[in-house]
Design a protein around this ligand. Structure first.
Ligand code: 13P
Length: 251
């Protein structure tokens, strides 16, 4: 059984005091929640304060990005070992906002994945098609290409990788993908992983959905056996709404 996983991606939101306040409100709302795993990925500037605030709680810490080198003259970058030092266990890699706005390509994403894996951080690889690609019936081809390029020359053991299927057109738009489309795409991703690695590896990878997830639609997604959890942007910024998502079984 793959444990349900909910990851908050705060993106470029929250200052230190706001992050602290979120934890004060959020952690009590998780009382008696079992069988799920929860992760918060704040901006780099809030990692330190969150690592203290989350200590002793079941909530884990992740980062939104990393650089592939370990240290040196790379102005503005943050390495995997720095993230470990800041108590991160997870790191998002290849988010579509970084692909589209910052211009990250699959070669860069492949290097970042290797750096995360070498450091024993758990990478959350984000993949997904644009609206135009979906309308041209290319969604599966695009996702397959991303998997092949991003995971090139990478050897994986069970439990080392997480994937988030985030169709670009569903991110921050309020237009979520249908649970049936997500279910089909995630099954396809698992098939690709089985061919690239092995069936047992593919069966062990948790594959999340991301794109306008909220407390109203979370139960619909998690009712599909193929969908192992969610990567949540906007709805993870309020403690109450993210707690409701994590407690989806009670909705
Ligand atoms: P929204 O939940 O705001 O659509 O963002 C999704 C996302 O990009 C999570 O990484």
């Amino acid at each position: 059984m793959r444990k349900a996983l909910f990851i908050a991606n705060w993106k470029m939101n929250k200052k230190i005091a706001e992050a602290r306040k979120f934890c004060e409100e959020f952690l009590p709302l998780l009382d008696n929640v079992t069988d799920v795993e929860t992760v918060i990925c704040p901006p780099f500037t809030c990692l330190h304060v969150l690592s203290a605030a989350l200590q002793g709680s079941p909530v884990k810490l992740g980062a939104q990005d990393l650089f592939w080198e370990d240290k040196g003259a790379y102005t503005g970058e943050i390495s995997a070992s720095m993230l470990l030092d800041a108590a991160c266990e997870f790191v998002i890699v290849g988010h579509s906002e970084r692909r589209q706005i910052v211009g990250e390509n699959d070669t860069v994403i492949n290097r970042k994945l290797k750096a995360a894996l070498d450091a024993s951080l758990l990478p959350v690889l984000c993949i997904g098609e644009t609206l135009q690609e979906r309308e041209n019936s290319m969604a599966m081809e695009v996702v397959k290409e991303q998997l092949h390029r991003d995971l090139r020359d990478i050897e994986l053991s069970e439990g080392q990788l997480l994937i988030a299927y985030e169709p670009v057109w569903a991110i921050g738009t309020g237009v979520n993908a249908s649970s049936d489309d997500v279910r089909k795409m995630i099954a396809f991703v698992r098939e690709c992983l089985a061919k690239m690695f092995s069936q047992s590896l593919a069966d062990s990878v948790r594959i999340l959905y991301g794109g306008s997830v909220n407390e109203e639609n979370i139960k619909m997604f998690l009712s599909k056996e193929e969908i192992d959890g969610a990567l949540v942007g906007g709805a993870s910024l309020q403690a109450e709404s993210f707690a409701k998502i994590v407690r989806y079984k009670e909705i």
